[in-house]
Design a protein around this ligand. Structure first.
Ligand code: GLN
Ligand code: ZN
Length: 746
C-alpha cells in the first residue's frame, strides 16, 4: 500500500512561476533565468512531497504553461503556423498566447474546473513523433534528489478527444499509438501514470472499444496506471480490467467507483483517490481510513494505494501564508501541502502503523476541526436554515405568467421596439483600479471614494443619455470582480490572502470560500444603483451576480448539499433584489455567467444539477412584482442542449453571446419558440475593433430574420470592463445608430 499524488501545483507558493513568466515575456529576465526558477520550483515541490512521505511522486506534472500544450509538443503536433519560430521556448509561448506575428491557439476549460488548457489542433497528416527531452531532464533532476518518480502522461484518447481535429479522429489515435509506445518503452523502468479523464464523460461503445485496444497495446510491457478523475468511470474501469495495465487511480471524492472489485479480481492495483484535489475542506481522516479499511475486507490491501482524487493543481499551496485568516476557518481547510499530510496519515491508519508525534498532532487537530465544523456558530445560522426549509412552491414561481408580465412591463418601462442596453460593466481603467485600491488600503476616506465613484456614474449616465440608450446601467465601477464583490459582503463567505489557484498560464485566481450558512447582513448595491437612477428618468438596470455563478466560481462547503448552499445564496441575493425593487428599481439583471460550465460531466447527473441550479435562480428572482423586469445574462453561445433549463429560468429578458456565432444559436431559440425577450449580442466585446454602423445594421437585420422583432433587444456580447473608453464610446454610439436605422425601416 503506497501513497501517491496525481499531480502537484507548479505556479509556486508565492506565484514565483507567474512572476518569472511575466518578467520573461516582458524581456526583463533571460530564458535561462526563467528555466532556473522553474527548476527550483520543481525541486521544492518534490522535496515537499518526499518529506511528506508520498511514495509515488510525479514528473512531467510541471509545465511552463499547460500540460496539454506540453503533450502537443511531446507528440510533435505543433501546428504549421508556428514552424517559423526557431527557439522552441518562444515557439511554445507563441502557441500558448500568440505573439506579434502568430495567433494563439484556443484555450478552454479543463472539464468542469476553472483551469484552462490549450486546445491542440491536429490532423491526419501530421508527422507525429516522440519528443521527450523535457521528461528526461525532469527525471534526471528528480533522481538527483533521490526520488524515483512516476511519470505523468496525458493519454492518447483524451488528448485527441479534447483536440480540434481535422479528418478522422480515430485514425489519428491509431497513428499516435506507435508514438506512445515508443515513449512508454523509453520509461519502462518507471511507473507511468496515463491520464484518461475523457472516460468520465459518457464514453460511447466505440470509445470503450478503442480504450481496450489502446491499452492492450501500450500496457503489455510497462507499469501503467490509468488515471481518471472528476467523476467515476465504471464502464471504462470494467474495460481496462481486461487489459494488461498495472492499475488505476480513481476519484473516490466525485464518484461511486463500483468496479473496484472487478479491477482487483483481475489483479489490478487501485489508487483510492480519497483526498479531494479540487476543494479545500479538511478530509475526515478517521472516516477515510475506516472507509479504506472496509474495502480491505473484500480486496487484498496490498493492491490498494491512497492518494489525491485529482491533481492538487486545483487548490492553493499552503496555509503557511494565511496569517490573517480567522483561526477557526483556517482549521477547517487544507491546501496542497496539508493534503499531503492527510494522505500520509490515512495511509498509516489503514496500515495500523504507529503514528509519529507530529502525525498524532495532525490527527488530533483534524478530529477537532471535524467536530467544531459540525457545531460552530460561525457556520451554523438557524435563521438561514429555517428560511431554506420553509421555502415553498410560491418562492419558486413568479406570481403571474410571462405573457401577462411582459405587457405590464412594456407599459411601465415604455421602451421602444428594439430597446438598447448594455450588459453592465464599463471600462476598468488603471485610475479606477487605483482608486479602489487606495480606498481599501485606507489611503483615501470612504466619503472621498464614494464621491469619486459617483462622479463616474454621473458621467456614464450622461453619456448613455446622450447617445440615447434606452435601459441604462451604472457601470459597476465599484466592483473588482463579479463574484468577489458580493462574496465580500455576504455572511458565510471568506477570502484567503494567498489562496491562489492557476487558471491558465500565468493567470491565477483566488476563489472565495463559502464556509457557512450564507446571508446578506445589509444592502450590497442599492446605494450605487439608486444614486444612478436618481440621475435619469430612463430605467436604470440593477446588476447582480446569480447564485449558481457565485457557487461555481467558489470553493463550496462540503458539509451539506450544494443544493442547500445554493438555496441559501439564492435567498441572500433575493434580499438584494427586493431591496432594489423597494428602492424604485424597475429592471434587475441577475448574471449567470457560469451556469453552463457548472454542468456535471455525466449525463445521469444533469437533471439533479439543473433542478437545483434553475430553482436557485428562480428563488432569487421570483418574489418581485409582475411589472419588475428580470434580466439574465450568459456569456456563451452553446444552448442547444440546455434550452429547456434556460426556458425554465423564466427570466423576462436574456442577453447572450452571439456576435461570434453567426446567429446559428438564435435558430435554436426560434425553433424552440423561446417565450421571453432576447438580447443577442450584436458585437464582439472581446476584440478592440470598433464595429461600424453598417455592419451592425446587417447584424440586426440578420437577427430579425430569425427572431420576431418584438422580442429582440440590442446590446453588446458581454460587459465592457476589459475594453477602453476609446473603443466603447464609438462602438455603442454606432450600435444605437444602427438600431435607429433598422427601426426606421420596419
Ligand atoms: N454584468 C457583468 C458585466 O457586465 C457580467 C459579466 C459576465 O457576464 N461575465 O461585467
Ligand atoms: Zn458575459
Amino acid at each position: 500500500m503506497a501513497t501517491y499524488v496525481i499531480g502537484f501545483p507548479r505556479i509556486g507558493e508565492q506565484r514565483e512561476l507567474k512572476k518569472a513568466l511575466e518578467a520573461y515575456w516582458a524581456g526583463k529576465i533571460t530564458q535561462d533565468e526563467l528555466k532556473s526558477t522553474a527548476s527550483d520550483l520543481r525541486k521544492r515541490h518534490w522535496i515537499y512531497q518526499k518529506n511528506a512521505g508520498i511514495d509515488m511522486i510525479s514528473v512531467n506534472d510541471f509545465s511552463l504553461y499547460d500540460n496539454m500544450l506540453d503533450t502537443t509538443v511531446m507528440l510533435n503536433a505543433t501546428p504549421k503556423r508556428y514552424k517559423d519560430i526557431k527557439d522552441c521556448t518562444d515557439r511554445y509561448f507563441a502557441m500558448a498566447r500568440g505573439d506579434d506575428n502568430h495567433k494563439a491557439m484556443e484555450m478552454t476549460k479543463w472539464f468542469n474546473t476553472n483551469y484552462h488548457y490549450i486546445v491542440p489542433e491536429i490532423n491526419e497528416n501530421m508527422d507525429f513523433e516522440p519528443h521527450i527531452s523535457k521528461i528526461k531532464e525532469e527525471i534526471a533532476e528528480a533522481k538527483e534528489l533521490g526520488i524515483t518518480p512516476k511519470i505523468n502522461l496525458i493519454g492518447a484518447i483524451t488528448f485527441v478527444r479534447l483536440s480540434k481535429v481535422e479528418g478522422d479522429a480515430d485514425k489519428i489515435i491509431e497513428k499516435l499509438l506507435p508514438v506512445y509506445k515508443e515513449i512508454i518503452s523509453e520509461f519502462k523502468d518507471y511507473t507511468i501514470q496515463i491520464d484518461e479523464p475523457y472516460f468520465v464523460t459518457n464514453p460511447n461503445a466505440k470509445d470503450l472499444e478503442l480504450l481496450e485496444k489502446v491499452y492492450n497495446e501500450l500496457a503489455s510491457d510497462a507499469n501503467i496506471f490509468v488515471a481518471t478523475y472528476f467523476e467515476h468511470s465504471n464502464e471504462a474501469n470494467e474495460v481496462l480490467a481486461k487489459t494488461p495495465i498495472k492499475g488505476m487511480f480513481l476519484d473516490f471524492v466525485a464518484g461511486n467507483e463500483n468496479s473496484i472489485k472487478t479491477l482487483v479480481q483481475a489483479g489490478k492495483e487501485v489508487g483510492i483517490g480519497i483526498v479531494n484535489g479540487r476543494n479545500v475542506w479538511v478530509n475526515d481522516i478517521e472516516k477515510s481510513a475506516a472507509f479504506v479499511k472496509g474495502l480491505t475486507e473484500t480486496v487484498e490491501s496490498d493492491k490498494l494505494h491512497i492518494g489525491s482524487s485529482c491533481s492538487l493543481l486545483h487548490v492553493p499551496y499552503t496555509l503557511k501564508y494565511e496569517t490573517k485568516m480567522d483561526e477557526d476557518i483556517k482549521s477547517w481547510i487544507s491546501y496542497a501541502l496539508e493534503k499531503l499530510d492527510e494522505i500520509r496519515v490515512i495511509n498509516k491508519l489503514v496500515k495500523n502503523e504507529k503514528l509519529s508525534e507530529a502525525d498524532k498532532e495532525i490527527l488530533e487537530a483534524n478530529k477537532e476541526a471535524i467536530s467544531t465544523r459540525k457545531t460552530s456558530g460561525k457556520i451554523h445560522d438557524t435563521i438561514v436554515q429555517d428560511r431554506v426549509s420553509n421555502l415553498t412552491d410560491k418562492d419558486k414561481h413568479r406570481s403571474v405568467s410571462f405573457e401577462e408580465r411582459i405587457k405590464l412591463q412594456r407599459e411601465n418601462l415604455k421602451y421602444p421596439v428594439l430597446p438598447t442596453t448594455t450588459i453592465g460593466s464599463f471600462p476598468q481603467t488603471p485610475e479606477l483600479r487605483k482608486l479602489r485600491r487606495d480606498y481599501k488600503n485606507g489611503v483615501i476616506s470612504e466619503e472621498d471614494y464614494k464621491n469619486q465613484i459617483k462622479e463616474m456614474i454621473k458621467d456614464l449616465v450622461k453619456f448613455q443619455e446622450e447617445i440615447d440608450i434606452d435601459v441604462l446601467v451604472h457601470g459597476e465601477f465599484e466592483r473588482n470582480d463579479m463574484v468577489e464583490y458580493f462574496g465580500e459582503q455576504l455572511q458565510g463567505v471568506a477570502f484567503s490572502k494567498n489562496g491562489w489557484v492557476q487558471s491558465y498560464g500565468s493567470r491565477c485566481v483566488k476563489p472565495p470560500l463559502i464556509f457557512g450558512d450564507v446571508s446578506r447582513p445589509k444592502d450590497m448595491t442599492v446605494e450605487w444603483i439608486s444614486y444612478a437612477q436618481s440621475l435619469t428618468n430612463r430605467p436604470m438596470k440593477g446588476m447582480l451576480t446569480g447564485p449558481v455563478t457565485m457557487l461555481n466560481w467558489s470553493f463550496v462547503r462540503d458539509d451539506q448539499s450544494r443544493r442547500t448552499t445554493a438555496y441559501q445564496m439564492a435567498l441572500a441575493i433575493r434580499d438584494e433584489v427586493e431591496a432594489l425593487e423597494a428602492a424604485g428599481i424597475k429592471v434587475i439583471q441577475v448574471d449567470e455567467a457560469a451556469l453552463r460550465e457548472g454542468y456535471p460531466l455525466r449525463n445521469d447527473k444533469r437533471g439533479e444539477y439543473e433542478d437545483w441550479a434553475i430553482t436557485s435562480f428562480r428563488i432569487t428572482t421570483s418574489s418581485v412584482k409582475p411589472e419588475t423586469q428580470i434580466h439574465t445574462h450568459m456569456c456563451y453561445s452553446e444552448f442547444s442542449d440546455i434550452m429547456d433549463a434556460i426556458e425554465d429560468m423564466d427570466a423576462d429578458v436574456i442577453s447572450i453571446e452571439n456576435a461570434r456565432s453567426d446567429n446559428s444559436l438564435l435558430k435554436i431559440f426560434k425553433e424552440r419558440g423561446y417565450k421571453g425577450e432576447i438580447g443577442p449580442g450584436v458585437y464582439d466585446i472581446h476584440s478592440p475593433r470598433i464595429p461600424s454602423t453598417e455592419e451592425m445594421v446587417e447584424q440586426i437585420k440578420a437577427i430579425l430574420n430569425v427572431l420576431p422583432t418584438e422580442k429582440v433587444w440590442i446590446n453588446p456580447d458581454c460587459g465592457l470592463k476589459t475594453r477602453k473608453w476609446e473603443e466603447v464610446k464609438p462602438s455603442l454610439k454606432n450600435m444605437v445608430e444602427a438600431t435607429k436605422e433598422v427601426r426606421k425601416s420596419l
